[in-house]
Design a binder for this molecule. Sequence first.
Ligand SMILES: [Fe+2]
Length: 382
Amino acid sequence: MTSVFYIPAINVIGLNSLNQALDTARDYGYKSALIVTDIMLAKLGMAEQLQQSLAERNIKSVVFDGTHPNPTTANVSAGLEILKNHHCDCVISLGGGSPHDCAKGIALVATNGGNIRDYEGVDRSAKPQLPMIAINTTAGTASEMTRFCIITDEERHIKMAIVDKHVTPVMSVNDPALMMGMPKSLTAATGMDALTHAIEAYVSVAATPITDACALKAITMIAKHLPVAVEEGDNLVAREAMAYAQFMAGMAFNNASLGYVHAMAHQLGGFYDLPHGVCNAVLLPHVEQFNSRVAAARLRDCAAAMGVEVSAMSAQQGADACIAAIRQLAKSVHIPTGLRDLNVKEQDFAILAANALKDACGLTNPVRASHEEIISIYQAAF
Ligand SMILES: [Fe+2]
């Protein structure tokens, strides 16, 4: 089987690495940037600071700070209009997954035309997007380095999965100095998202030796450092470790893809506008329970990576230990236990399950589920 490995050409990671990254942007010769961010980071002055740093490098910039936490088709259109009005030659996203995804949508439509809805699915675009630099402030969705772009279609109330090699940024930046201010709940949710990426990639039918190595290392680092990053937000060791871990989880899922946790979580996010990482964290043990019928040995590896002594365990015992370790980690970072706590409605499960089965992220789940089985997983997670 041939595998293709996608990753941005340049990936800058480390404390105070942003300046070095911006020097590279200057050397690329960009003249006019659209900065895509959200209102929180704009209010904190981070967008303005970035504008100053770009100006020092003779790069003009304009800010679009209207990105919704679950970015929408309307957000993409609004940002695209500013980009066109200012004749921008590059897009710089500043934030977590939401600004990165919104920026990808803008940059893709900027060169390919049409509407972002035209690109739902896998590799639907003809041309690379406008050059994009992704400056990450969470750990993480890893959207700063992936070919995944998730945009909510407000008309259909679904999250569209746009999986397209052309939305890969040219450069990703992970500077933990920008992550220190993340609140506890966001640190926990984004960290559990990264754990989900690594586990789904490891049990994916498209896993390779490269993605396996990235996934297992990421799982080990997240299990060790996430609780510290949540409890001690200014702990630089934990923050930097989480920056690396989420990046490696991104390397894994960007190439091995994901599974039903993401396919099902996207529907909850699109329907109820819920945080992505929390939806994943609640669903993860239940989907892996379902997957353990075919992926028990792989889940035992994940348990070992999380620090469980598995040498005397059967594959199924190891899978059970993995699921218990996931639950324990989620509990330790104060993730809600069930979908009930997120105001999800049982009567919506049938439509959510139908949409989950259409989500491109489910294609690589290790075992196929029926509509009834997806509903059962939602019910178990309730
Ligand atoms: Fe995710």
